[in-house]
Design a protein around this ligand. Structure first.
Ligand code: FES
Length: 146
């Protein structure tokens, strides 16, 4: 009798997420090539790996800038003026959500709740939280990222 350990689906998914995060740290994004290689090495169908890679807002399938802005678009932030924050970021950088500045300094993304609702509207730049945002604060905040 062999003693092969069978992983539960949740364990497989957790391992896949960790491998995707590691690949993103190493390659800057989770490209199609990375997805295909992971699918093969973990014996998981490519579409499942892609589904996980595209589900999480902290993973990206395309190259991002040096600093990644994640503006929360969920309801509590929306009710506290997230739209004005998005407009201020777009105006300051000259790009819209889903885009990267030509110099590669910033990528601008929207995200679901980041757990900072008590200080809405909120955003993350890289992993730094920025709270109780107003359009006036945006320029100063962005200046501090090179
Ligand atoms: S809704 Fe924006 S941080 Fe939770």
């Amino acid at each position: 009798m062999t003693s092969k350990r069978v992983k539960k689906p949740s364990q497989e998914r957790a391992e896949l997420v960790e491998r995707l995060k590691e690949a993103q740290r190493h390659h800057g994004c989770v490209s199609e090539e990375v997805i295909a290689a992971l699918a093969e090495s973990l014996a998981i169908p490519v579409h499942e790996v892609y589904g996980v890679a595209s589900f999480y807002s902290f993973l990206t399938t395309r190259p991002l800038g040096r600093n990644v802005i994640l503006v929360c678009k969920s309801l509590p932030c929306h009710l506290k003026g997230a739209e004005m924050i998005m407009e201020a970021v777009a105006k300051e950088l000259g790009i819209g959500p889903g885009e990267t500045t030509a110099d590669g300094r910033f990528s601008f993304e929207l995200t679901n709740c980041i757990g900072l609702c008590d200080h809405a509207p909120a955003m993350l730049i890289n992993q730094d939280p920025h709270l109780d945002l107003t359009p006036e604060k945006i320029k100063q905040i962005l200046k501090s990222y090179k």
